[in-house]
Design a protein around this ligand. Structure first.
Ligand code: MN
Length: 290
């Protein structure tokens, strides 16, 4: 084994609102070199740090919009989200749950705070991640995986555990099915707890401190809401919790194909983007009421 080297630690940028329900700090794609190519297959990451919403009778969120060519993954840390799509997928996720929507050939969907959350208000904290699909799967049939926290395999570590949302670690497999090798874990540690993780050197690997404060490789202090990017050198790293902590880990094998992004569509060529707009305008993404 060799130690996975650290490339940089980033503070969260100024937040902005997506719709009226998601107050997010964008990490991918952004300046600082975190391009879609650099983070491939993770092409977008918005982090909604903990934020209090008062009660309301009108659910906040994002209205009907299309996606094609990738998957959207939403991880709920605080609060609850409702989702509906034109392929019939939908439901609510609560604290600890994950929704994994494969837009692939195209869906319309809408994302809102759940009614139960709106009734009481409260703290809201989420991650939304876009995972790219290889060219051969971009036009496959849409699907939806609702992953309850109870169904996420957990691996015990020193003073804590790792939730395997997707991927493999300690010879155990995660809950979600993926098209290419994608690891997505929550590491949950008590103060003083620690975990060792290992991924191939060429996998693009990063983490976000969702709660608490950690030390990576025994030297790098990473505070709350900060993002750490690893170099593509070395395989193994350690996390130690200097407070009770929750850390999101992402590590994926690069797909290494051309990326043509435009708004809600991520394809391989510009012609495919033009086609996506044409198909959207011609109603080929199905029907979903606002
Ligand atoms: Mn969306």
């Amino acid at each position: 084994m060799s130690v996975k080297q650290i490339e940089m630690v980033l503070a969260p940028r100024q937040p902005h609102f997506v719709g009226d329900g998601f107050r997010v700090h964008n990490f991918i794609p952004s300046g600082y070199g975190l391009t879609m190519q650099r983070m491939d297959p993770f092409i977008m990451l918005d982090y909604a740090s903990k934020y209090h919403f008062p009660p309301t009778g009108k659910p906040k969120g994002v209205g009907v919009h299309p996606h094609r060519g990738f998957e959207t993954v939403t991880i709920a840390y605080k609060g609850s989200v409702a989702h509906h799509d034109s392929a019939g997928g939908g439901g609510e996720i609560h604290e600890g749950d994950v929704q994994w929507m494969t837009a692939a050939s195209g869906v319309l969907h809408k994302e809102y705070h759940a009614e139960s959350f709106c009734a009481t208000g409260g703290d809201f904290q989420m991650v939304q991640l876009w995972v790219n699909l290889p060219a051969k799967d971009k036009m496959s049939t849409p699907k939806y995986q609702a992953i309850s926290n109870l169904d996420i395999p957990k691996v015990q570590v020193d003073n804590g555990f790792i939730e395997l949302i997707a991927g493999t670690q300690y010879d155990q497999k995660g809950a979600a099915s993926t098209f290419t090798p994608v690891n997505l874990f929550n590491v949950k540690l008590e103060k003083g707890g620690s975990a060792n993780l290992s991924f191939p050197a060429h996998f693009n690997t990063a983490l976000i401190v969702i709660e608490g404060n950690i030390l990576v490789n025994q030297t790098e202090d990473v505070p709350l809401d900060h993002f750490l990017l690893f170099k593509n050198e070395g395989t193994d790293f350690t996390i130690q919790a200097t407070e009770k902590s929750v850390v999101l880990i992402l590590s994926g094998e690069p797909i290494n194909e051309p990326i043509a992004p435009h708004g809600p569509f991520v394809m391989n060529t510009r012609a495919e983007i033009v086609q996506a707009f044409e198909d959207y305008e011609n109603g080929k993404f199905g029907v979903l009421e606002d």
